[in-house]
Ligand binder design. Structure first.
Ligand SMILES: Nc1ncnc2c1ncn2[C@@H]1O[C@H](CO)[C@@H](O)[C@H]1OP(=O)(O)O
Ligand SMILES: [Mg+2]
Ligand SMILES: [Mg+2]
Length: 291
């Protein structure tokens, strides 16, 4: 475990460097391109930041492998092997970034033998550096993180996302899930617009749970470790073991809250991240210039 500390520190350094590029572009006009749906956006900054992160890591660790959101969008194979692999989302919250809604993150996870060894989530506008190393606890700006420990769903604040899907089945499932949770009743529903930040909020105790269907491994691999290292639990939405490739996740302060959410939340069909060559899209075509 400790052998990967140097890699984690390097990841933190380059995440801070990459955030300068994001923050410079944040206020500027952006050319927005579409990926899988009218709400799945990408900008030149997403692509530039991913290239920058990967080239810096490759220079230093030439044998390491990568799963990067924008590389996969451009046609690269998404494959998690036993080799040391960096799983990268250069901008988590691209819709926020495009609209200047001030929550965007860089998410970097590092897996060896398919096990996440460390996770880094840098919420750039807030300047909050979240990190966890397997077995070493979770921190934000070097302050230890602990979940709320809440076990009662009726006292819980739950975070989710509407996501990028706009077909009837997905929309119906997502809104029914929200209604079923509100009817329990829970104390509230929130959405920040970045899966990585949503999830680390559970690690801080600011939210008691998070669930989401449709996101990808690069959105949640880092924050899943941060939640578990902060004392929380991470499951699939059906209550089974968490699988970063399944595109379904519940993160919670405690097992009773996670299991209660699993009882009411239904998933719409999503092809696994590691088994869908057809999911590879066009890498983005230009739809607008502005915002
Ligand atoms: N197809 C999809 N469905 C749901 N969420 C998705 C998604 N693709 C990406 N996300 C992620 O979910 C959150 C918004 O719903 C963001 O973190 C977004 O990541 P992104 O900004 O890196 O694309
Ligand atoms: Mg993302
Ligand atoms: Mg992204």
């Amino acid at each position: 475990m400790a052998e990967w500390t140097e890699c984690m520190n390097f990841g933190i350094t380059i995440a801070r460097q990459a955030s300068k590029v994001i923050l410079e572009a944040f206020r500027a006009k952006k050319d927005v391109m579409l990926k899988s749906s009218p709400a799945d956006l990408v900008t030149e900054t997403d692509q530039r930041v991913e290239k920058m992160l990967i080239s810096r890591i490759r220079e230093r660790y030439p044998t390491h492998k990568f799963i990067g959101e924008e590389s996969v969008a451009a046609g690269e194979k998404l494959e998690l092997t036993d080799s040391p692999t960096w799983i990268i989302d250069p901008i988590d919250g691209t819709v926020n970034f495009v609209h200047r809604f001030p929550f965007v993150a860089i998410s970097i996870a590092f897996a060896v033998n398919k096990q996440t060894e460390f996770g880094i989530v840098y919420s750039c506008v807030e300047d909050k550096m979240y990190r966890a190393q397997r077995g070493g606890g979770a921190f934000v700006n070097d302050v230890p993180l602990h979940t709320s420990g809440q076990e009662d769903i009726t006292k819980s604040l739950v975070v989710t996302e509407i996501g990028a899907e706009r077909d009837c089945l997905a929309l119906c499932t997502m809104t029914t899930n929200i209604m079923n949770l509100l009817a329990i009743p829970i104390q509230g529903i929130r959405a920040v617009g970045t899966a990585a930040v949503d999830m680390v909020l559970v690690a801080t105790g600011g939210a008691d749970a998070y669930y989401h269907i449709g996101m990808h491994c690069w959105d949640i691999a880092a924050s899943a470790l941060i939640v578990t290292e902060a004392g929380g639990v991470v499951l699939d939405t059906d209550g089974s073991e968490f699988d970063m490739m399944s595109r379904k996740v519940i993160a919670a302060s405690s097992m009773p809250v996670a299991k209660r959410i699993a009882q009411v939340v239904r998933a719409f069909p999503c092809t696994r991240d590691d088994e869908d060559p057809a999911r590879v899209n066009n890498g983005g075509h230009c739809i607008s210039s502005g915002l």
